[in-house]
Ligand binder design. Structure first.
Ligand code: NDP
Length: 329
């Protein structure tokens, strides 16, 4: 039996990406075989598909760091045929064949059961970006940031992480300021729950080491000068959850906010996060992400053949919210 998948390969002429018919005998090792229903496009999938950053560690590779599907065969005690499952991260789509494919074979320990609150499509709409947003909000809340302490800044606001973070923060009672480069999307950000919108240009250039204290907490998916300025504007004993690098992987900052204001920088990794924080993040999503907000965030659905172009679009920063990929059309 064969199935359709996006396959990234590398030869003398460089990287190639195409939809291919793949024989099931070529599937990688794993104890659970899944009929994939949906995948999605995250920033990292854009990096893999375009080859603009070396996230793919083995060739040929099927990209797709997220998937939702139905177990077809399993020798793992936790899953049986017919179970609906979700996969986010674990290096899938980087070092192990991923979700932009009609079939996947994975390790059962990487999976979580599809949360009862979500349909397969809703769960994939959330995907790694949304689950990372929940990890960021959990980090701020567990740190001790509370709504009465002041506004929370969300950078990269119209992106996948940013959009879900705004909706979750709003539902948890926080006042949210959204930093975005898309002047056309202010209504979208307001609908999600932002009460202040700032032009990302205010944050993206080199700034002073200590600036006027504005934020009780920050969710940053942008890195570089934006992160440095966000830290420099964080209030005394506030916290910044850093998860991304859409502007850059550099962090051109000083220690002043840390040593004079007691600001904390909280690192967020979704790929290898253990099961407990993963499930806690999904619990927050189930509790606090309204179906209407999710519909607004994940308004774009495409087929497998459109996913290659969408990978380039996401890197260009032109995508709003989340893109769902129906791998069977
Ligand atoms: P998206 O592409 O959906 O969103 C990124 C957003 O950042 C864009 O929509 C844009 O928002 C803003 N942006 C883009 N380019 C720039 C730039 N040059 N300068 C400033 N802002 C920019 O990506 P995701 O939300 O999926 O991911 C965001 C980041 O988080 C990525 O770097 C990704 O790799 C990282 N990430 C990390 C994870 C982890 O485990 N740590 C997990 C998931 C994602 P706007 O136009 O509104 O300004």
């Amino acid at each position: 039996m064969s199935f359709s998948a996006i396959v990234i390969d590398k030869g003398d002429a460089g990287q190639t990406v195409a939809i291919q018919q793949v024989d099931e005998a070529q599937l990688p090792e794993g104890d659970v075989t899944i009929d994939v229903e949906y995948s999605t496009l995250n920033y990292k999938d854009g990096l893999a598909i375009t080859g603009s950053s070396p996230v793919v560690r083995k060739f040929p590779m099927v990209p797709g760091i997220d998937l939702v599907g139905t177990v077809r065969e399993s020798s793992n005690g936790e899953y049986k045929a017919g179970d609906k499952v979700v996969l986010n991260g674990w290096g899938v789509g980087e070092g192990h064949w991923g979700g932009l494919s009609q079939v996947a074979r994975l390790k059962g320990e990487w999976l979580i059961p599809l949360p009862a609150a979500f349909s397969p499509k809703q769960a994939v709409s959330i995907g790694t970006a949304g689950y990372t947003a929940a990890l960021c909000v959990d980090a701020l809340v567990n740190f001790g940031v509370t709504p009465d302490q002041g506004e929370i800044l969300v950078t990269g606001a119209t992106g996948g992480v940013g959009s879900v973070a705004i909706a979750l923060l709003k539902k948890a009672g926080f006042t949210v300021a959204a930093s975005s480069g898309k002047a056309s999307e202010h209504e979208y950000l307001t609908k999600l729950g932002a009460t202040t919108i700032i032009d990302r240009a205010e944050l993206s250039e080199k700034g002073k080491p200590l600036q006027k204290e504005r934020w009780a907490g920050v969710v940053d998916s942008v890195g570089s000068f934006t992160l440095a300025n966000a830290v420099a504007q964080t209030k005394y004993r506030g916290a910044v959850a850093a998860c991304g690098l859409a502007q850059g992987a550099d962090f051109p900052a000083t220690v002043m906010p840390f040593i004079l204001r007691g600001v904390s920088l909280l690192g967020i990794d979704s790929v290898n996060a253990p099961k407990a924080p993963r499930l806690a993040a999904w619990d927050r999503l189930a509790k606090d992400l309204d179906a209407s907000a999710l519909e607004l965030i994940a308004a774009t659905e495409i087929g497998l053949s459109d996913a290659i172009q969408a990978g380039a679009d996401i890197l260009a920063g032109t995508v709003r919210g989340r893109i769902v990929v129906d791998v069977n059309r």
